[in-house]
Design a protein around this ligand. Structure first.
Ligand SMILES: [Zn+2]
Length: 402
C-alpha cells in the first residue's frame, strides 16, 4: 500500500462516523424520486429497493416538521438529498461543497436477530438532519467563518482570503474519501467471499470487483492530491467540530421528540448481535449507545471519552435537565436550538484563541456548559421570564412513549 494512501486511510479511520459498523453500502434504484420544492429548500428523497411511496412520504413529513421546529431562528438546509433504504444498519450525513447535504438512512434498522420499529429510525433521520442544520447555519455565520479561517491554514496568521471556502472544499473531499473507503471495504469483503467459492482464475465477478477497486484507489489518490493542494490543516478542527456536530444533532432529535433517550432507543436492542465482535467490543458498543442518553448522570471530573459521538456526554444530561426539558424554554424550540448553536460558535471562537483547541474531555464539557449557562441566561432575559421558577429534576421527568 502506498504511504500517501496509508496516511489518508489513517485519517479516515478516525472520521468514519456511521452509527453502526459499516455494512453493505447503499444500493440506489432508479425508482421515482419524491421532491418537495419550497422557496427555501430543495429536498429529494431517493428510495432504495423495496421502499414504499408511503415511507418516503412519512420521512418527507418529518423533514417538514423539523423545518417548522427550527424556524425562525435557525435556517433549514437549502439542498438535501435523502437516500432512503428499506432496511440496513448504516446512517450518516455528508456535506458537499458548497452547500449540499446528503443523508443515508434506512427506513428500518435491521441487524442479525434484531429489527427495530421504523419509528426509531425516524429519530435517527432527525439526528442526521441535525448535522445538516448545524453545517448550514455554521456556514452562514460570519463569526464562525472568521474563526475557522484562522484555524485551518498553517501559520494561522496568514491572510484570510477564501480560506473558509478552502476548508469546505477540503471537508467535502474528505467526505467523499470516507465514502470511497467504506465502499472499498464492502467490495473487498465481497471479493473475499467470491474467491472462497471459485477456482476459476478468470472469474468474471472477481475481475469486475478488482476493476472497481482500482478505480476507487485511483480516485482516492486524486482526492489526496486535491486535499494537499488546498493547504488546509483541517484535521484538528474537523475533530473539534465533530464532537459539537454529534452533540447538536442529538439535541435536534431529543428536542423534537422531547425524549432524552430517543437516540439510545434508536440504537439499542437487547437482541442485537455483532457478528465478529469480541464480548469486550460488544460491551464498548453498548456503552457508546448508553452515552448517547440525555438522562445519564456522568461526573465531568472523571469523564475521559474522546470519541466524537460521546465526547460531550456530560453536557447532554446537564443541557436536558437545565434547559431542553425546562418549562421556561420548552415552548421555544427554535430559540433553544439557536442558543445551543450560539454556545457552540462562542466556544469554537474561544478555543481558536488557545494553543490547544482540543482540551481534555472534562474541560471540553465544562466549557460548553459554561457557554450554555451564559447564553440561556441571555435567552431567559429576552423572554422576560421570572427568575425564581424551579427547574425540573431528572427523576420527575415524564417518559415519552412513541
Ligand atoms: Zn451523527
Amino acid at each position: 500500500m502506498h504511504s500517501t494512501r496509508v496516511r489518508l486511510l489513517i485519517i479516515l479511520a478516525a472520521i468514519l462516523t456511521p452509527l453502526f459498523l459499516a455494512n453493505a453500502g447503499p444500493q440506489q434504484q432508479d425508482a421515482c424520486r419524491s421532491y418537495l420544492q419550497s422557496p427555501r429548500q430543495k429536498l429529494v428523497i431517493e428510495p432504495g429497493e423495496g421502499v414504499k411511496a408511503a415511507w418516503s412520504e412519512e420521512r418527507r413529513k418529518l423533514i417538514a416538521q423539523l423545518n417548522a421546529m427550527i424556524a425562525p431562528d435557525m435556517k433549514a438546509p437549502k439542498s438535501v438529498i435523502i437516500m432512503l433504504e428499506a432496511k440496513g444498519m448504516d446512517a450518516y450525513h455528508v456535506s458537499h461543497y458548497p452547500d449540499g447535504h446528503e443523508i443515508h438512512v434506512p427506513y428500518q434498522f435491521e441487524l442479525k436477530g434484531a429489527k427495530k420499529h421504523p419509528i426509531h429510525s425516524a429519530a435517527i433521520l432527525a439526528h442526521e438532519y441535525g448535522h445538516g442544520i448545524l453545517a448550514e447555519n455554521l456556514n452562514l455565520n460570519d463569526r464562525f467563518k472568521s474563526a475557522l479561517a484562522l484555524l485551518v491554514k498553517p501559520g494561522r496568521a496568514l491572510k484570510r482570503g477564501d480560506r473558509f471556502a478552502d476548508y469546505l472544499k477540503w471537508d467535502s473531499l474528505r467526505n467523499e474519501a470516507t465514502q470511497i473507503v467504506q465502499k472499498a471495504q464492502t467490495l473487498s469483503d465481497a471479493r473475499t467471499a467470491r474467491a472462497a467459492v471459485t477456482t476459476d482464475p478468470n472469474d468474471a465477478e472477481l475481475a469486475a470487483t478488482d476493476a472497481e477497486l482500482k478505480k476507487l484507489e485511483a480516485r482516492l489518490k486524486e482526492i489526496e492530491t486535491e486535499m494537499d493542494s488546498l493547504k488546509v490543516d483541517g484535521d484538528e478542527v474537523f475533530e473539534m467540530l465533530g464532537a459539537f456536530h454529534e452533540f447538536f444533532a442529538d439535541v435536534v432529535a431529543v428536542v423534537f421528540y422531547n425524549d432524552p433517550k430517543v437516540i439510545w432507543r434508536g440504537l439499542y436492542s437487547p437482541k442485537l448481535e455483532y457478528v465478529g465482535m469480541s464480548p469486550q467490543e460488544e460491551r464498548e458498543m453498548f456503552k457508546s449507545f448508553t452515552l448517547r442518553r440525555f438522562d445519564k448522570n456522568v461526573r465531568i471530573r472523571d469523564f475521559s471519552e474522546e470519541e466524537i459521538h460521546v465526547a460531550l456526554t456530560p453536557v447532554r444530561t446537564y443541557a436536558w435537565d437545565h434547559y431542553l426539558n425546562n418549562p421556561l424554554y420548552r415552548a421555544h424550540k427554535s430559540k433553544i436550538l439557536k442558543t445551543v448553536f450560539d454556545s457552540i460558535v462562542d466556544e469554537v471562537i474561544e478555543r481558536g484563541k488557545t494553543p490547544n483547541i482540543t482540551p481534555s474531555p472534562a474541560v471540553q464539557n465544562q466549557r460548553l456548559i459554561d457557554r450554555l449557562d451564559a447564553n440561556f441566561a441571555k435567552l431567559k432575559e429576552s423572554l422576560a421570564l421570572p427568575t425564581n421558577q424551579s427547574r425540573p429534576k431528572s427523576k420527575s421527568r415524564a417518559e415519552n412513549v412513541h
